[in-house]
Write a protein that binds this ligand. Structure first.
Ligand code: WT7
Length: 677
């Protein structure tokens, strides 16, 4: 079967291009053999996951593998088991031979813009363990205990993973807010969680420019009544305001702790909350996805082995930010459970030069590299020279994540970066899944690669592409990507989504009725071999440079501007970022459309939401297409934005009559005529 008619970013999907790697022959299996192994794993998925769970250390074993929780579709994994993920990441290694192994190599943003001098900090597992015990001790002295809620708003400095591990050790519940988010976004998350402590930093540099993080935090703190204390890490040395009785410098507090501080890791229940991470949905405020200690650790430990084939001589580099789930799972917890040596960096991929990553891979001898399609598409533009001037021969495995990778970007990674020697995969998962679900698994058994595919569901993961009734669609047909059975690492008890059990049920389990399937929100195609090709979101969620943004959130940001009466946002394809938002705006009486106000609105989104979501275009219209009941016809807006014919829309529109939609479409396109740039 071919991928004709199925394309992504204008490129046909090569369903039957099989690439086998000579030096991975020992791990190669036929597609049938993999499928058979997979079939057995999902048929007995509790037994399967139990055997996987035995590979990590439990304080005491579970009594039951899987049990229904008190809310619909919420499950408890490894019930009765006692565990602490911080113990797995640190104490386990410190007690064994990895004690003096390098755990973390951190490289700061080159401060002079030329690459030198470059600040590098390195920690062995033992050194990290000591630091984290001190931090945990200090937090305890400040009264932080099991079950307390803490927000982290920090740049990519070593203190961030340290905080995650120290809080996990205490059994406190933390939430990380991406350092590029606005004060408003920070406040929303702090308030939803009800955090009593915020940890932040004075500032940091990005592309040579100082970002005054504390100033943003201070603005958020004007409307976060639950926060009692703020701990500030000194990073940039910029002037900050410290509020007496509330704000404390981390280094000053740490100076008060004994050098030999030790804090016993809390004996957590397997299904106790480790963290809450907010992510965007289609409507309303961000959703706080809950992850636990036990099931999450099991999934991470397994995927580090299966997908990254992690070994003790590997140097592992994941380019994500810890503000997103990739950073939680595959910068901090996964690699550290695996006892890997981890490379972490501050700054951006092309500053000071477009070879920043390639230079780092060479400098530290990176062997396992986890990157993103947007970054690849951006770096491709600089040509091969920045890559080729570095020796990347240490690389042995490359994966990407965050959005679909188009075949040409895949080929570039495979050929130019990986020298046609390394398995290159596109790992599909999401904030909700906790860890990777669909991927090539070179560390387990490797089926042939295909440019741009996600590969097969992992063992124990019952993922499939189905129609609205939950029935599998035919190979080559587009359907909905679901996970049919619970998996360790799934949204955890008590409610899956922080404080919103009903919303949890409704968002993920209502689309396909009465089957209990978790619906990811993605469209996907399964080819004749059973490989999955995720095609993008099926809902009102955007993926801008891999960042997940709800159109609704952007619309709210726009209408909070005094000149805006109404707004509708849609994603349009973009060569580099995959997708970018464009906005249709109805101005209030007395405001005139024009380039100035368009720029002003872009600036407004940047400040009130964050720079990652600024619309590439703002179009002014006199009204938005709406159904009789007053809902914006979202699919119509989207169809107009991407220049799709109306035919694709009418059948999809939920409420409106065909004629009504057609009329609205015409009015809307007429209103736009002459505005396209
Ligand atoms: C959404 C989840 C998982 C960590 C980062 C994103 C898209 C993610 C892939 C991939 C195609 C992908 C999906 C998914 N996505 N990885 N390899 N191929 N699409 O986590 O922010 O929760 O976003 O990212 O659309 O639903 P997230």
């Amino acid at each position: 079967m071919s991928g004709e008619g199925v394309s992504f970013l204008g490129e046909p999907l090569p369903f039957s291009e099989y690439i086998e790697l000579p030096n991975w022959r020992h791990r190669h299996v036929g597609i049938e053999a993999y499928r058979e192994f997979w079939r057995r794993s999902v048929e007995n998925h509790e037994d399967f996951w139990a055997s996987v769970a035995r590979e990590i250390e439990w304080f005491s074993p579970w009594e039951k593998v899987l049990e229904k929780g008190e809310h619909p579709h919420v499950y408890r994994w490894f019930v009765g088991g006692k565990i602490n993920i911080s113990y797995l990441c640190l104490d386990k290694h410190v007690r064994g031979w990895r004690k003096n192994k390098l755990a973390l190599i951190w490289e700061g943003e080159p401060v002079d813009g030329k690459g030198e001098p470059r600040e590098v900090r390195k920690f062995t597992y033992y050194e990290l363990w000591r630091e984290i015990n001190k931090i945990a001790y200090m937090l305890k002295e400040l009264g932080i205990k099991r079950g307390d809620k803490v927000a982290l708003y920090m740049p990519m400095i070593p203190e961030l993973p340290m905080m995650l591990l120290a809080l996990a050790r205490l059994g406190a519940i933390f939430t990380v807010i991406f350092s590029g988010f606005s004060a408003e976004n920070l406040a929303i998350r702090i308030n939803d969680l009800g955090a009593s402590l915020l940890v932040t930093a004075d500032g940091f540099y990005r592309r040579g420019r100082l970002i005054n993080l504390k100033e943003v935090a201070d603005k958020a703190l004007e409307s976060t009544p639950s926060i009692e204390r703020v701990i500030v890490v000194k990073r940039a040395g910029n002037e900050v305001r410290m509020k007496q009785g509330r704000d404390l410098w981390l280094h000053e507090e740490l100076a008060k702790t004994p050098a030999a501080a030790y804090v016993e890791p809390e004996r957590m229940n397997s299904d106790d909350i480790l963290y809450v991470l907010y992510t965007s949905g289609t409507t309303g405020k961000p959703k706080g996805i809950i992850h636990d200690h036990g099931g999450y650790a099991v999934l991470l430990n397994a995927t580090m082995k299966w997908i990254f084939d992690i070994r003790d001589d590997d140097i592992y580099f994941c380019v994500a930010d810890i503000g997103w789930v990739t950073g939680h799972s595959y910068i901090v917890f996964g690699p550290m459970i695996a006892g890997a040596t981890l490379v972490m960096y501050e700054g951006s991929l092309d500053y000071p030069e477009p070879d920043r990553w390639w230079a780092m891979i060479e400098r530290y001898g990176v062997s396992v590299f986890y990157t993103t399609p947007t970054a690849v598409r951006m770096l491709m533009r600089f040509g091969e020279e920045p890559v080729k001037k570095h020796n990347l021969s240490t690389l042995r495995i490359i994966h990407s994540v965050g959005e679909p990778i188009n075949p040409s970007a895949w080929r570039w990674l495979y050929e130019v970066v990986g020298d046609s020697r390394c398995p290159v995969g596109s790992t599909w998962w999401m904030t909700e899944t906790g860890g990777i679900m669909i991927s090539h698994a070179p560390g387990l058994m490797l089926v042939p690669l295909k440019p741009g595919t996600n590969g097969m569901p992992l063992p124990g993961v019952d993922a499939d592409v189905v129609d609205e009734n939950g029935e599998p669609v035919k190979p080559g047909e587009r359907g909905l990507l679901v996970i049919k059975k619970p998996w360790p690492g799934m949204p955890a008890p008590p409610t899956g989504m922080w404080g919103e059990p009903e919303r949890y049920r409704q968002v993920y389990f209502e689309k396909i009725k009465d089957r209990g399937f978790f619906f990811s929100g993605d469209y996907a195609v399964k080819d004749g071999d059973g490989y999955i090709w995720v095609a993008g979101r099926a809902d009102e969620v955007l993926k801008v440079a891999g960042h997940r943004i709800g159109t609704y959130e952007l619309e709210s940001a726009l209408v909070s501007h005094k000149a805006v009466a109404e707004a509708a946002v849609a994603g349009v394809p973009d060569e580099v970022k995959g997708e970018v938002p464009i906005a249709y705006v109805v101005l209030k009486e007395g405001y005139k459309p024009g380039p100035e106000i368009a720029e002003e609105l872009k600036r407004w989104v940047k400040e009130s939401f964050g720079p990652i979501a600024v619309p590439s275009n703002v179009f002014f219209v006199s009204k938005l297409p709406k159904t009789r009941s007053g809902k914006i016809m979202r699919r119509l807006v989207k169809a107009v934005a991407v220049g799709k014919p109306l035919g694709d829309v009418t059948t999809l529109e939920d409420e409106a009559a065909v004629e009504e939609v057609r009329q609205a479409y015409e009015e809307f396109t007429k209103a736009l005529r002459g505005q396209k740039t």
